[in-house]
Design a protein around this ligand. Sequence first.
Ligand code: 4NP
Length: 155
Amino acid sequence: MTRVLFVCLGNICRSPAAEGLFLKHLQQAGRAGEFDVDSAGTGDWHVGDLPDPRMRETAARHSVSLPSRARCIRPEDLIEFDYIVAMDHQNLKDIHAIKERLPSATAQVLLMRDFDLDGKGQDVPDPYFGGHQGFEQVFQILDRSTFSFLQHISQ
Ligand code: 4NP
């Protein structure tokens, strides 16, 4: 079983969409049974909430379901997951700060858009304070990044 955790700030926009899209690619590849997939936030404002209604609407338009409720990243995640994929450089920094305090941490901590051929190394922009167009753009970025990430870890 390969365990993958997607992480953003609030866990209501970017990382639940990454989780849903990665699950979609797994299902299309007939490989959902090989993976345990989850998402989390570095902040705790939305713990227990469903994804933002604008992201749920965007996902529904593309027939992608977003099954998870928001939760905070925990130190144990750095031990239990094989891959932790950060949406932006601030998330990456926050995750590394947890990892440095935990000698037993084994997770590989990665940046989502390092797998995006069209924007390698960039942040997945935070759509929370923007309009609907931002959500569609983020959804497209995550669709191709999660696909390439699956190819990368399958090599
Ligand atoms: P996310 O977006 O990190 O993609 O889930 C945000 C959601 C909520 C907040 C910030 C970003 N917030 O400040 O509540």
